[in-house]
Design a protein around this ligand. Structure first.
Ligand SMILES: Cc1cc2nc3c(=O)[nH]c(=O)nc-3n(C[C@H](O)[C@H](O)[C@H](O)COP(=O)(O)O)c2cc1C
Length: 387
């Protein structure tokens, strides 16, 4: 029985064809950012405060007027249908059962209307803006009608990261598998049977209606993340005029951008390096977080992702000033390993670990986690905000 995220990862590795596991697991270039996310996380230590009453520990957290079981949410990940048929739906149901938000990617394989009909939890929609702005505009309108509460604008993809694992595996649209990939597929009958039942996953949310087929070029452009490179801070006003709910900007690492986000009128930011999949030279998010929190200076909620694998990692981010953490790959490991139950198990495991960590550091609520638990702060962390 899997007892932690790593156990789910190993199960996912056994179940998925190599090209799918590599797509999920891989980072850009030499994958140094991917490793840095974990290495810096391990350098942060939590110093316990003792003899506090921790007989009842409450990990619930609030954001935008709502409360969640814990300060975690499911990150938007594209192509969940490749990990498991109806992957978006299964993950969204698990999030609803555990009472944490689920984010649906622009590059998802389940139509947002179906998600709205068949799940009842909190749903956020992640927007990629492609050169044809009308695609974003129709998606925003549909997201509103399908009951999505929050819009995430991802801004760290002016071009696709250099994922060399995908290039080696021939993973692009149209898919041209290598001989090694075809042989590997033959050894994954359970995954193949799922694909045979559901058909190849498509980027169904690009189209305004179910029967409207998007061009193969547009689908390929989304897979390789050929997005609108002209997108700038001025465009946030265009988005603001179309969405009256919360808007969160995802993919910021620079404190100057944090200040710009405050002035752009958004409602939150996600400090993210896209799980090490974009700029390989980028800093780890846990090391970038203190300067981002200092730059925001309490004016907006700061969320973070990339490399969070344990409940104690989430507590570290909260101690550094984040109000929540998004989980990408851990959710996909659970989805591959056990579908909806697998995602639920991953989320429950992380929440249990958060509660154990809180008990051990002497924090009975999320509000009681703070800088007092961070006595030894690694020197790579910079707190100085821009002048
Ligand atoms: C397979 C995969 C697909 C992703 N697709 C998207 C996407 O479509 N949109 C987006 O904003 N971020 C995407 N991300 C980034 C995640 O939202 C998140 O930033 C990242 O996974 C966090 O790091 P972690 O996987 O270490 O938790 C993707 C990440 C992975 C692993």
């Amino acid at each position: 029985m899997p007892v932690n995220v790593e156990d789910h990862r190993l199960r996912a590795k056994r179940r998925l064809p190599r090209f799918v596991f590599d797509y999920v697991e891989g980072g850009a270039d030499d994958e140094s950012c991917l490793r840095r996310n974990r290495a810096d996380m391990e350098r942060v230590t939590l110093t316990p405060t003792c003899l506090r009453d921790v007989s009842a520990v409450d990990s619930s957290a609030g954001l935008f007027g709502r409360r969640w079981r814990a300060p975690i949410a499911i990150a938007p990940t594209g192509f969940n249908g490749l990990v498991r048929p109806d992957g978006d739906l299964l993950a969204a149901r698990a999030a609803a059962a555990v009472q944490v938000p689920f984010s649906l990617s622009t590059a998802s394989n389940t139509r947002m209307e179906r998600l709205g009909r068949e799940t009842d939890g909190e749903r956020w929609f992640q927007l990629y803006v492609m050169t044809d702005r009308s695609i974003a505009e129709q998606m925003i309108e549909r997201a509103r009608q399908a009951g999505f509460t929050t819009l995430i604008l991802t801004v760290d993809v002016p071009t696709g990261g250099n994922r060399e694992r995908d290039r080696r595996n021939g993973f692009r649209l149209p898919f041209r598998p290598s001989l090694a990939t075809i042989l590997d597929l033959c050894r994954r009958p359970a995954w193949l049977a799922g694909l045979a039942r559901s058909g190849p996953p498509r980027f169904v949310n690009l189209s305004p209606t179910e029967d409207h087929e998007q061009s193969a070029e547009l689908q390929a452009a989304l897979l390789s993340r050929a997005l609108d490179r002209r997108l700038s801070w001025d465009d946030v006003a265009w988005l603001r005029a179309r969405w009256d709910g919360p808007i969160i900007i995802k993919g910021l690492l620079h404190p100057e951008d944090a200040v710009r986000a405050v002035h752009a009128g958004v409602n939150g930011i996600i400090v993210s390096n896209h799980g090490g999949r974009q700029l390989d030279a980028a800093p780890s998010t846990i090391s970038a977080l203190p300067a981002m929190v200092a730059a925001i200076a309490g004016r907006l909620p700061v969320l973070v992702d990339s490399g969070f694998r344990r409940g104690s990692d989430v507590v570290k981010a909260v101690a550094l000033g984040a109000c929540g953490v998004l989980l990408g790959r851990p959710v996909l490991y659970g989805l591959a390993a056990g579908g909806e139950a697998g995602v639920r198990a991953v989320l429950e495991t992380i929440i249990a670990e958060i509660e154990t960590t809180m008990t051990l550091i002497g924090a009975a609520s999320i509000a009681e986690i703070g800088p007092q638990h961070l006595l030894s702060h690694p020197s790579v962390f910079h707190r100085t905000p821009p002048s």
